[in-house]
Ligand binder design. Structure first.
Ligand code: URA
Length: 314
């Protein structure tokens, strides 16, 4: 006796089920058991699979056999270092009568990164590339390397110094010499980690003999710093010393008159304070109040950020 349409359909379902089971065993396809697997990476191609259980709901005899589209293994894409923004699964062929379920290759586990932070890092990498290639002033031929920044592009607080010294020129990182060690101690006393700050300088190349950068050097270099600050968008900028304070606040005021008070750079709160090199220079002077004043200023910064103010410098 000829098979009835119902028997034919049941046989078709069995065949498709067997094919799917084989593909699953072969690792060609992963079928989520509950809804769609969240798409974590834009680069993973969707795989369209017709689920047999759904085909069984198609009206018997009217629906031509639905053939599962060729199932291809999703390409294994090297995971980007940072997660791409989560994107909605692409719309799949509307003509398919069956429910289609996007399936993706198992995603490597990557620590989630704030999209904003990733955008900032990418923007800063572009600026850093330009800095590396810069030969706009007479500091370029004498540098070992440019010194861009250290810390977290997502930080709420930026410390801005003057320019690299010998240690920074050698390592390519700002504030790694003795002044940098003091700055690190100040940051630690504030109970902040390097993850919570972003540190950069007015100029990115070392001025010979650590002299103050001149007008031409600052004019050539500061557009980079301004772009860095526009990207990081900190809540507070700490201007370390006279060069950073004068540039950011366009002021000729003395450090004594500027420090310890709030100022503004494009709406961002700026706290000028003594440069760590100055604090080190005057540390043996019993009359110097610089060290205590830096701590006073940093307590104002913590208050402004709504962070706990430690009782003592520690
Ligand atoms: N190191 C820096 O990176 N900047 C300074 O201003 C001083 C030392």
């Amino acid at each position: 006796m000829d098979a009835s349409p119902r028997d034919e359909l049941l046989q078709l379902i069995r065949d498709l089920g067997a094919q799917l089971a084989w593909q699953r065993e072969a690792g060609l396809v992963e079928v989520p058991t509950q809804g769609a697997t969240p798409v974590a990476r834009a680069a993973v191609a969707p795989v369209v699979v017709a689920a047999p259980a759904v085909i069984a709901q198609a009206p018997a005899a009217v629906t031509p056999p639905v053939v599962a589209p060729p199932v291809v293994a999703a390409p294994v894409v090297a995971a980007p270092v940072v997660a791409a923004p989560v994107v909605a699964a692409p719309v799949v062929a509307a003509a398919l009568p069956a429910r289609v379920t996007p399936a993706v290759a198992p995603a490597p586990v990557v620590a989630p990164v704030e999209p904003a932070a990733e955008g900032r890092s990418a923007a800063l990498r572009v600026i850093q590339g330009e800095v590396r290639a810069c030969v706009a002033c007479k500091l370029a031929p004498t540098r070992t390397q440019t010194v861009f920044a250290r810390g977290n592009p997502d930080a709420r607080i930026c410390f801005i110094g003057e320019g690299p010294g010998a240690d920074e020129d050698r390592t390519g990182l700002p504030f790694v010499g003795v002044a940098g060690q003091l700055l690190d101690r100040i940051i630690a006393a504030m109970r902040l980690s390097e993850e919570q700050v972003y540190i950069a300088n007015i100029v990115k190349c070392r001025p010979p003999n650590n002299r103050v950068p001149d007008h031409e050097e600052m004019s050539a270099c500061t557009p980079f710093l301004l772009r860095q600050l526009e990207v990081v968008k900190p809540d507070v900028i700490v201007a370390l010393g006279k060069t950073a304070t004068a540039f950011l606040l366009d002021s000729k005021g003395s450090m004594t008159s500027m420090r310890g008070r709030w100022h503004s750079w494009k709406g961002v709160a700026v706290m000028p304070t003594w440069h760590p090199s100055y604090v080190l220079r005057v540390r043996d002077d019993p009359k110097s109040t610089a060290r205590a004043e830096v701590w006073t200023d940093m307590k104002l910064v913590l208050e402004r950020l709504g962070l706990p103010v430690p009782a003592a410098r520690g």
